[in-house]
Design a protein around this ligand. Structure first.
Ligand code: GDD
Ligand code: MN
Length: 374
């Protein structure tokens, strides 16, 4: 048996050999049922469960807290002002103390009866990461509709090809990992998005011993899925970030993408103002700039910062701050372009340098002032 991951001995209360981490958002009706199922599945084991709740409006954290008051194996992390499945899982695992940590969804779609088998594989040293897989012999995802099954297949193929991830189901949300191995990888993981397992496997670059075991992805007990159509963007962002060796963050990519779209908005507005409304050029140009900034702000609020989306009056305040940030960014843009052109009169080089300066400035300042963490 592997020394490092044996359960602790000689203490008054058995220290857990397994920490189960459960990310939750609006799962108030599921958390107790899951706890009972864990009790049955892990009978005779020393384990703990850590629910990581992003301040669910339905008060999931309240239900978990009540459970924890009855049973010290239950813990609750209530995160305020943050959203995200990956970030919640990372925080939960880092808050655990057992040598092995599992991640499982709260809605009973994953098969908790596989946990002892997964634990045995880690404890015997046969694997460092065990993945509950829908796409190996014996596993299934029958509860998926055709559209979801198609997306899942596409994402899996892309991940395998581009990131050289070898496992059959890198999109699974059900896995168990040695905590020491996780802790080595944690600083390089993205806290944004859904695909924590893919991130772990891609970041480890083949250095993890992985085993996959089949399970059937079931139907949700109560409530509804939080995966929206935007997770496709999250996924692409993660793939690109990993391909560039994390030089470019997911958020920055989205921000820059929105920025490039802004150029089209600007040109379209300029054209319409000039050609349709016969506005003089300076006014038309200003109108294009305001249109571009406004649409960039709205798109960023909707996509880039959707986990920190501004609402109500906050939108107006954010928009005004965004205008301010972008105006200074424009000055920086033109300044850099001029000085590059001064040294080396190559128009596209100077233009690109200025644009890069502008987007980096806008990104940094927007994160600081417009969508700042609360
Ligand atoms: N803390 C926190 N914050 N938890 C979240 C958040 C969030 O922003 N979003 C979702 N969760 C929790 C849910 O409450 C649930 O317990 C779990 O994460 C999975 O979310 P679902 O909304 O049920 O996702 P799904 O069923 O559509 O997809 C799941 O299964 C897929 C296949 O295994 C996820 O685990 C996917 O990652 C996975 O690919
Ligand atoms: Mn689910």
């Amino acid at each position: 048996m592997n020394e490092a991951i044996r359960p602790g001995q000689g203490t008054a209360v058995a220290t857990p050999e397994l920490s189960v981490v459960v990310p939750t958002f609006n799962e108030r009706d599921n958390v107790t049922a899951l706890f009972r199922k864990l009790e049955t599945a892990l009978a005779g084991r020393a384990w703990e469960v850590i629910y990581v709740d992003d301040n669910s409006p339905d008060g999931t954290w309240d239900v978990v807290r009540a459970l924890a008051q009855q049973d010290s194996r239950v813990r609750c992390i209530r995160r305020i002002g943050r959203r995200g499945l990956s970030g919640a899982c990372i925080e939960g695992i880092l808050a655990s103390s057992a040598p092995c940590a599992a991640v499982i969804d709260a809605d009973l779609q994953h098969d908790e009866t596989q946990l002892p088998k997964m634990l045995a594989l880690l404890q015997s040293g046969e694997a460092e990461l065990v993945v509950g897989s829908r796409y190996v012999e014996g596993g299934s995802a029958d509860s998926f509709d055709r559209q979801r099954a198609g997306f899942s297949w596409l994402a899996t193929s892309v991940a395998k090809k581009l990131l050289r991830v070898e496992i059959a189901d890198p999109m699974s949300g059900f896995f168990m990992i040695r905590r020491d191995r996780f802790e080595q990888l944690a600083p390089q993981l993205s806290t944004q998005g859904f695909k924590i397992l893919l991130d772990i496997v891609a970041t480890a670059r083949g250095s993890l011993r992985i085993r996959e075991i089949p399970y059937s992805f079931g139907a949700r007990l109560h409530g509804e899925s939080k995966l929206d159509s935007m997770v496709a963007l999250d996924f692409l962002g993660l793939v690109l970030a990993k391909l560039t060796g994390d030089v470019v963050s997911l958020r920055f990519l989205l921000f820059a993408m929105v920025g490039s779209l802004g150029l089209f908005v600007h040109l379209a507005a300029l054209f319409i103002a000039l050609e349709v409304f016969n506005v003089p050029f300076p006014e038309a140009q200003a109108c294009g700039a305001v249109m571009a900034m406004t649409s960039n702000f709205l798109l960023n609020n909707f996509l880039t910062y959707r986990d920190q989306r501004l609402k109500g009056l906050g939108i107006l305040r954010g928009l005004l701050l965004f205008y301010l940030v972008c105006s200074v960014g424009l000055v920086a843009n033109v300044g850099v372009a001029f000085s590059v052109y001064d040294q080396e009169p190559i128009w596209w080089l100077a233009g690109a340098a200025g644009a890069l300066m502008g987007v980096v400035w806008n990104y940094a300042m927007s994160g600081l002032f417009v969508w700042r963490k609360r």
